[in-house]
Design a protein around this ligand. Structure first.
Ligand SMILES: NC(=O)c1ccc[n+]([C@@H]2O[C@H](COP(=O)([O-])OP(=O)(O)OC[C@H]3O[C@@H](n4cnc5c(N)ncnc54)[C@H](O)[C@@H]3O)[C@@H](O)[C@H]2O)c1
Ligand SMILES: [Zn+2]
Length: 369
């Protein structure tokens, strides 16, 4: 049996999130949404194409008149306007019209690009999300943020475009490599930290099942994350306020991602950013020392880094200021009042940030100690 959530947009039901272990409900859902005998274009990447696209295509072919597949080179460097152009060209060549459907099958990169293409092609066609990474299943496929990177700026160009459906088949995670899986766990833990203390405790108690990628545990975990994200995006769909809480760990995290030239995965940098932000929360007397260490040490069993060598704190701080978010209205630092309760803090100084970065900076002295 699948699990089902309905996300509201402007207080009205907007789209469903289906969480299951196969695609058995997909064709009926696509039909119910009105895409019977319409064309569909599956947008995916080179890796996911060989792993998961065939089974989705088979299901869509039960209802759609034609199903085309466009795959771009896997990886963040493809997330740019050139790829968007290639996809738009492909849609024109295959004569997709305004009533046809775009289907994103892949991780966050695929979802962000495909959603953006759907938002601009013929001034907008409908699209559905079939996320295949843990990060995409718990985060990026929900909430309608789409877009691409531009020059050195991440997610600089984009649009809000709500999907018609998010269909999560948790079995796709069985082919995800360990590093990507644990990177997704950083976002999972983030939900516990910012808004759900009992979920954070549940994650501790289910550590072994999560490592084993036990079906029932993953489904429950993903559903809880989807509910958290749903609550936030329903409250603040266009990120004018509270949605910023989702950026916990991301201000310093994004800066480290850039500083290390994207050698680390996003989730790994988010883990480091969460540790630094928790440290700052402790220094500002919001968290106790014990709470800080409890949070920090929770990333370790999920194979996530809590320190890293060779950071230059001043440079990292500088990088936080060239982030899109700071261009767009100044840094809103997210700190914790306690586990399960985050807040926006606009008083974080450069010195406090540097202290937070030093906390995760692994130096030669640490090694000797
Ligand atoms: N729109 C949003 O709200 C939002 C939120 C968070 C992150 N994002 C974006 O998401 C992107 C990161 O997403 P991601 O981590 O999923 O990266 P990704 O899409 O690049 O996927 C990571 C890697 O895993 C591969 N992969 C995907 N599914 C697989 C599977 N089932 N088995 C084996 N390999 C698989 C991909 O080919 C890729 O190589 C970033 O660009 C980020 O900006 C968007
Ligand atoms: Zn993130």
């Amino acid at each position: 049996m699948s699990r089902l959530l309905t996300v509201n947009y402007n207080k009205k039901p907007s789209y469903d999130i289906v969480i299951g272990t196969d695609y058995s409900e997909l064709s009926d859902r696509v039909k119910a949404l009105g895409f019977e005998s319409k064309k569909a274009v599956i947008i995916t990447d080179s890796k996911v194409k060989d792993l998961h696209v065939e089974s989705v295509k088979t299901e869509l072919e039960k209802v759609c008149s034609n199903v085309f597949v466009y795959a771009f080179e896997a990886g963040e460097p493809s997330k740019n306007l050139n790829t968007v152009q290639d996809i738009i060209r492909f849609m024109i060549e295959n004569k997709l019209n305004r009533n046809d459907l775009a289907v994103a099958v892949g991780g966050g990169v695929v979802g962000d690009i495909a959603g953006f293409c759907a938002s601009i092609y013929l001034r907008g066609i409908e699209f559905i999300q079939i996320p295949t990474t843990l990060l995409a299943q718990v985060d990026s496929s929900i909430g309608g943020k789409t877009g691409v990177d531009f020059d050195q700026y991440k997610n600089m160009v984009g649009a809000f475009k709500m999907p018609k459906l998010v269909y999560i088949n948790t079995k796709t995670l069985s082919t995800l490599d360990a590093r990507q899986f644990y990177a997704g766990m950083a976002e999972v833990m983030k939900y516990g930290l910012i808004m759900d203390e009992s979920f954070f405790e549940w994650l501790i108690s289910k550590m072994y099942e999560i490592h084993d990628r036990d079906d029932a545990t993953l489904e429950e975990m993903i559903e809880t994350c989807c509910i958290c994200k749903q609550k936030i995006v329903e409250r603040d769909p266009l990120e004018k306020g509270d949605r910023a809480l989702l950026n916990f760990g991301h201000t310093i995290g994004h800066a480290i991602e850039k500083y290390k030239n994207f050698e680390l995965l996003h989730g790994e940098c988010v883990a480091l950013g969460c540790v630094a932000a928790s440290y700052i929360s402790w220094q500002k007397n919001k968290l106790s020392k014990d709470e800080y260490y409890e949070i920090r040490d929770m990333f370790v069993p999920f194979n996530l880094p809590i320190s890293i060598d060779d950071l230059e704190p001043e440079k990292i701080v500088e990088l936080t200021k060239s982030d899109k978010k700071s261009i767009d209205g100044g840094i809103k630092f997210i700190l914790l009042k306690r586990v399960g309760k985050a807040y926006i803090d606009q008083t974080v100084t450069d010195e406090e940030m540097i202290a937070g970065i030093n906390e995760i900076n692994f130096t030669e002295e640490d090694e000797k100690a």
